[in-house]
Write a protein that binds this ligand. Structure first.
Ligand code: 0O2
Length: 205
């Protein structure tokens, strides 16, 4: 429950963060349990790393302006589905789909959208599996469905995305155009390595 509908998200940020942070907690607990189960019972782990973030107020406002949404809290809650974000890095491509299935099969998780940039990479070479889900969270006197974006990717995809982000950051248009072709070539090399590793996993794991 947020006091006023005017989008003063900087002032109301504590209340907003709390709601989305709860969704993140609920999902990371599930992932941690899976990780510990694998640690205890199996020889290997399908999760390499988990990172979480809540989108900053500036970033939320920027996205709403770009999309032409009214700058109100109710519009934000309805339209912006990636305020809570979890990134799960996995060793192999098969682990990415395994974790996605593991989450989507749970009763308190509802699938809203799947964007499979592994099957259909972005034009620049970006690959990842993006899920938007609603996760049920129990608060003191009510339960709520909290939207969370889960990005799942392999170590190789993470390597490319992290370096691409650093190279792109604060570069002017000219530099970006010069870089684009080479970044795509790197993405292709990384993709080849990822599928080769998957073949080894299929054969030996
Ligand atoms: P942040 O700080 O991670 O939130 P949007 O770009 O958000 O307006 P959409 O359709 O909601 O559009 O999202 P999309 O394209 O499915 O995924 C957006 C997020 O995926 C980005 O978040 C990045 O984290 C990641 N991503 C998408 N494309 C690329 C890419 O080409 N390179 C890298 N490194 N990451 C990418 P934001 O919005 O950038 O910021």
């Amino acid at each position: 429950p947020i006091a006023s509908d005017a989008l003063n998200i900087t002032e109301q940020y504590n209340q907003i963060v709390f709601f989305y942070q709860a969704g993140i907690c609920q999902l990371t607990a599930k992932l941690e349990i899976l990780r510990q189960e694998f640690q205890a019972c199996k020889d290997r782990n399908p999760i390499e790393n988990i990172e979480t973030r809540v989108k900053s107020p500036e970033s939320i406002k920027g996205k709403m302006e770009r999309r032409g949404f009214p700058l109100t809290v109710s519009s934000m809650v309805k339209n912006i589905m990636d305020i809570a974000g979890i990134r799960v890095v996995c060793p192999f491509i098969s682990d990415v789909y395994y974790i996605a299935e593991f989450l989507l099969n749970q009763e308190d998780i509802q699938e809203i959208q799947i964007k499979d940039y592994i099957k259909d990479p972005k034009e620049n070479g970006y690959r990842s599996l993006h899920l938007i889900v609603m996760v049920t969270v129990y608060f003191s006197d009510h339960k709520c469905n909290v939207p969370v974006e889960i990005q799942l990717r392999t170590i190789a995809m993470e390597f490319w995305a992290t370096l691409e982000h650093q190279l792109r950051y604060k570069k002017n248009r000219n530099h970006l155009e010069n870089m684009q072709k080479q970044l795509k070539q790197c993405a292709d090399l990384v993709t080849t390595a990822d599928y080769k590793m998957q073949q080894l996993a299929d054969q030996w794991l």
